[in-house]
Design a protein around this ligand. Structure first.
Ligand SMILES: *Cc1c(COP(=O)(O)O)cnc(C)c1O
Length: 376
């Protein structure tokens, strides 16, 4: 028995969908896919048991799961996931962006959630196999539209057992969903609600793992943000409620008047692939990347004195979402504060970083760092 180790490589069986969605219907979906609403013809799955390791790996027609009602994932949330995109370049070729980073993070999340290890190459191979099977679903970005095929690898504990221990059975899967431009009609700025009531993570918790429970716990905070007239939440640290963490589904960055690109250091936040890429690209745009603790007090002072000029959130889905204002409640006083970022519109550095990353992902600038991986 090898509980959390799988040294066997997945042998992916390819079973093409006998009845893929007709071309005209797929074209209608791709004309306005939105986000996460439609799914492609295929999926990948593989099963794992403590006795047999990984087996039954296949790319096959998309189909619902059958789960025992006592499956561990349904009761104890033993689950992890990833999110990455396939981009179509102007010549029709299809590429992934740094999928090795997602594979490594998936392995880290698996360790934290006591799920079985999936070889990082197998993770990438499964993602690629789904993209190949559903390449017709990768939208054409010919007109400069930010369209892509969003890929959602995940792993769930499937063993029917109500005791609390790591499950002895798990399923890995990859589904794909075409994605339209995140911002239709130009990049919009958002307002963040600095929550003092909820925390997303604390030291030693699961904040640095990509697991569904973090998201379940974020929904009430998100509702609070909406009630306060904000678009998303800005979380503070769990111990002192004083240090910036992240924006729930995105990492957070500040741009300073003296050219620093500041972001909270790793620890209880999720290590974003976008975050890492922006820190690496920063010098190309004349910005100095800095990872450190950032106090809410510092942010508020520096927004007021103008030495922080821009704030943005970063993640795969939206790339960069400019933050044009923050709002929150002063502890114990009940008074709501509200501060504008810069002139209240998306900042130049945020937009330049966004364009630089998109140009790379869509093959419009040379890939000097070897971040792109061709699939088709
Ligand atoms: C996925 C995720 C991010 C962004 O990560 P990317 O790899 O850049 O997409 C940030 N925060 C949380 C909580 C996430 O789950």
């Amino acid at each position: 028995m090898r509980p959390y180790d799988a040294d066997v490589s997945l042998d992916l069986d390819l079973r093409p969908a006998p009845q893929p969605l007709p071309d005209a219907e797929r074209a209608a979906v791709l004309a306005d896919p939105g986000f996460g609403r439609y799914f492609t013809d295929h999926m990948a799955t593989a099963r794992w048991t403590t006795d047999d390791g990984w087996h039954d790996a296949a790319v096959h027609p998309l189909e619902p799961f059958t789960l025992h009602p006592a499956a561990a994932v349904l009761h104890y949330g033993q689950e992890i996931f990833e999110g990455l995109k396939a981009y179509r370049h102007a010549d029709g070729s299809v590429w992934l962006f740094r999928p090795d980073k997602n594979a490594r993070r998936f392995a880290r999340s698996a360790r934290r959630l006591a799920l079985p290890m999936l070889d990082e190459d197998d993770f990438v191979a499964a993602v690629e196999a789904v993209v190949r099977a559903d390449v017709a679903w990768v939208p054409s970005a010919a007109d400069g539209q930010e369209t892509s095929l969003y890929l959602r690898p995940f792993m769930i504990a499937t063993e029917a057992f109500l005791g609390v221990r790591p499950a002895h059975e798990a399923t890995f899967g990859v589904v794909a969903s075409p994605a339209g431009p995140y911002f239709s009609g130009g990049v919009q700025g958002v307002n963040l609600w600095v929550t003092d009531r909820y925390v997303r993570a604390s030291r030693g918790g699961t904040g640095d793992a990509k697991t569904g429970g973090n998201y379940a716990a974020s929904l009430a905070a998100q509702a609070e943000a909406r009630d306060r007239g904000c678009d998303q939440v800005l979380y503070l640290d769990g111990e002192e409620h004083a240090w910036l963490e992240e924006a729930g589904t995105m990492n957070v960055f500040l741009v300073t008047a003296d050219g620093e690109l500041l972001t909270p250091a790793l620890g209880s936040i999720l290590e974003g692939v976008t975050r890492d890429s922006l820190l690496e690209l920063a010098p190309d745009l004349g910005l100095t990347p800095v990872e450190r603790r950032i106090g809410l007090a510092e942010l508020r002072e520096r927004l007021a004195d103008g030495s922080v000029t821009e704030v943005f959130a970063a993640g795969t889905a939206a790339v960069i979402t400019p933050v044009v204002g923050i709002r929150g409640e002063d502890r114990g006083q009940g008074a709501v504060y509200e501060q504008q970022v810069g002139d209240g519109t998306p900042g130049a550095a945020s937009l330049a970083l966004r364009a630089a990353l998109l140009d790379l992902q869509y093959g419009r600038t040379p890939d000097a760092r070897g971040w792109l991986r061709r699939v088709v």
